[in-house]
Ligand binder design. Structure first.
Ligand code: CAA
Length: 283
C-alpha cells in the first residue's frame, strides 16, 4: 500500500518529529493536537529543526520550504478519513489512547493502518478496542526523531504480517532502521535503557558518586552521547517513572522497582529539561 497521506495525532516533541520526517520524504502530513497553541508549538519545533538541517547541508532551502508546505495543522480529527496511515503520539495514558483509538477506528478508511508511538503501553490492549486489531501496530521513534536512526516496530498479538511489512517499509522509506519487537513491557529499548537509568539514580541516591561522576563514567567509559542522569532529564523524569512502573507491574521482578529518589523528584515537579529542573538545572 502506498502511503501518501499521514495523520499524526499529538504535536509534542515526538509527534512533531514524526510529522517532520514524513514531510521531508515527500508525504502529505496532517498534524493534529487538541489546542491551536500545541500545534503551533509543534510547527515551530519543525521549523527550528529544519533550520539546523539546512545549515549543515542536509536539505536545500527549497526542500525545507516544500517540507513545511506539505504539513497541515489542525485541532480536529476530520482528516483521519483521508489518511492512509495514522500515527498517535499523544500523552502516555492508557484511557486516553483507548478512547482515541476507538474514534480513529470509526473515522479511518477500512484499510488504513493505525499506529501508536507509545514507549511502553501494551499494543495488544490498544488494538483490542478497535475493529481492526490486525491493522494496529506500535511504531516507536526515538527522540530527537530527525536524528535518531532506530524505529522499534512492535507487533501486537493480532498484528498481521501485511501490516508489519507496510510499517517496516515505511520506516525504511523515512531513512530509519526498523527493528521487530514483540509486545512485552518496555519492548526492547525501554526494557534495557530504563533499568540502566534507574540504576544510575540509585547510585546517586546511595551516595556511590555524585551526578557529574556518574554521567562522566557512562559518557567517557561507555561512549554514550549523554550520561544516564542527563538522558533521564531529556526523556522526562515523569516518563522515566511511568516506564519503570510499567516494567515493575508487568514483569513483577523487584529489579525493576523505581528508585525512591526518582519518585521524590517527580513528586516535587522536578521533571527534567521540560520543567527547568531535574538532575540538572536548566533555568
Ligand atoms: N533536529 C535536527 N537536527 C538535530 C536535532 C533536531 N531536533 N537535534 C540535534 N540535531 C543534530 C545537530 O544539528 C547536530 O548535527 P551535526 O553533528 O551534523 O552538527 C547533531 O544532531 C548533534 O547535536 P548537537 O551538536 O546539538 O548536540 P549533541 O552532539 O549533544 O547531540 C543528541 C544531541 C543527538 C541529542 C545526542 O546527545 C544524543 O544522541 N543523545 C542521546 C539521545 C537518546 O538516547 N535518545 C533516545 C532517548 S530514549 C527515547 O527516545 C525512547 C523512549 O521511549 C524514552
Amino acid at each position: 500500500m502506498a502511503i501518501q497521506h499521514v495523520m499524526v495525532i499529538g504535536a509534542g516533541q515526538m509527534g512533531s518529529g514524526i510529522a517532520q520526517v514524513c514531510a521531508m520524504r515527500g508525504m502529505r502530513v496532517t498534524l493534529q493536537d487538541i489546542a491551536p497553541e500545541f500545534v503551533e508549538r509543534g510547527f515551530s519545533r519543525i521549523e527550528e529543526s529544519l533550520v539546523r538541517i539546512v545549515k549543515k547541508g542536509g536539505l536545500s532551502e527549497s526542500a525545507s520550504r516544500d517540507t513545511l508546505a506539505s504539513i497541515t495543522l489542525t485541532t480536529t480529527l476530520d482528516a483521519v478519513a483521508s489518511a492512509d496511515f495514522v500515527i498517535e503520539a499523544a500523552v502516555e495514558k492508557m484511557d486516553i489512547k483507548k478512547s482515541l483509538f476507538m474514534q480513529l477506528d470509526g473515522l479511518a478508511k477500512p484499510d488504513a493502518i493505525l499506529a501508536t508511538n507509545t514507549s511502553s503501553l501494551p499494543i495488544t490492549e490498544i488494538a483490542a478496542v478497535t475493529s481492526r486489531p490486525e491493522r494496529v501496530i506500535g511504531m516507536h521513534f526515538m527522540n530527537p526523531v530527525p536524528v535518531m536512526q532506530l524505529v522499534e516496530i512492535i507487533r501486537g498479538l493480532q498484528t498481521s504480517e501485511k501490516t508489519y511489512r507496510a510499517v517496516a517499509d515505511l520506516a525504511q522509506a523515512l531513512g530509519k532502521t526498523p527493528v521487530e519487537v514483540h509486545d512485552y513491557p518496555g519492548f526492547i529499548s525501554n526494557r534495557i535503557l530504563l533499568p540502566m537509568i534507574n540504576e544510575a539514580i540509585y547510585c546517586l541516591y546511595e551516595g556511590v558518586a555524585d551526578r557529574d561522576a556518574i554521567d562522566t563514567v557512562m559518557k567517557l567509559g561507555m561512549n554514550h552521547p549523554m550520561g544516564p542522569l542527563q538522558l533521564a532529564d531529556f526523556i522526562g523524569l515523569d516518563t522515566c517513572l511511568s516506564i519503570m512502573e510499567i516494567l515493575h507491574d508487568g514483569l513483577g521482578d523487584s529489579k525493576y522497582r523505581p528508585c525512591p529518589l526518582l519518585r521524590k523528584y517527580v513528586a516535587a515537579g522536578w521533571l527534567g529539561k521540560k520543567s527547568g529542573r531535574g538532575f540538572y538545572d536548566y533555568r
